[in-house]
Ligand binder design. Sequence first.
Ligand code: BEZ
Length: 252
Amino acid sequence: MKWNAELYDNKHAFVSQYGESVLELLDVKPGERILDLGCGTGDLAKQIQEHGAEVIGIDASPEMIAKAKAKFPELDFSVANAASFSFDEPFDAVFTNAVLHWIHDADGVIKSVYNALKPGGRFVGEFGGKGNNQLMLAAASTVLRNHGYIKGDITIPWYFPSTADYATKLEAGGFRVTFTLHFDRPTLLQDGREGIAKWFNMFGSALFQQIPATELQQILNEITDLLQPTNEIDGQWYADYKRLRFVAVKEI
Ligand code: BEZ
């Protein structure tokens, strides 16, 4: 997927803003060496550095890394694949926010993180959990079915595991899970009603690949109409996020 780093920073800043509370869970100590896995345009990596750590940010998107380097030239950013990266010098912690739902090779991620950590090192993160965007995706299924584009439900292109599924993978990968939480986090969208279409355009374009551009706006409008009773609250529109948060420690 090709990212629009400008739009991501301007209209979807909630991604890194919500990540600030995951940073509290990371509990950075001065002098630590920390990897930001899927650093996007670098805002959280910068905050990690401001807590006194040495930070390296990696992301699969060259567009995001170019923007991160332009914003924070003093930091170390590079393009890398989260499921198959390696570093010579080990880290005290690996941090990741709003990224792991893009990567189906969860075992590859866990293996790479394990190999990159010191013994006792922490893997701390948050991403979309089971049921994430359930209402939005159900509305998309209904409208695409009504227009004859699909028969059943859309195939979700993301990885949204349950707590049990992800903790099992972490344990199999050599980690001890010391904390995990699967919670509802309604996420306020900018631009009112338009926010739903903008969210799908930014994150869900894979769902509409076979739709002609001339029909897309109508489809997005119908999806928004269906969501009005559940996703509009007091005039504000929300994405129905469910997040999975975890802390896991590399077993010695
Ligand atoms: C999320 O951050 O929860 C998310 C992002 C893109 C697609 C689906 C979910």
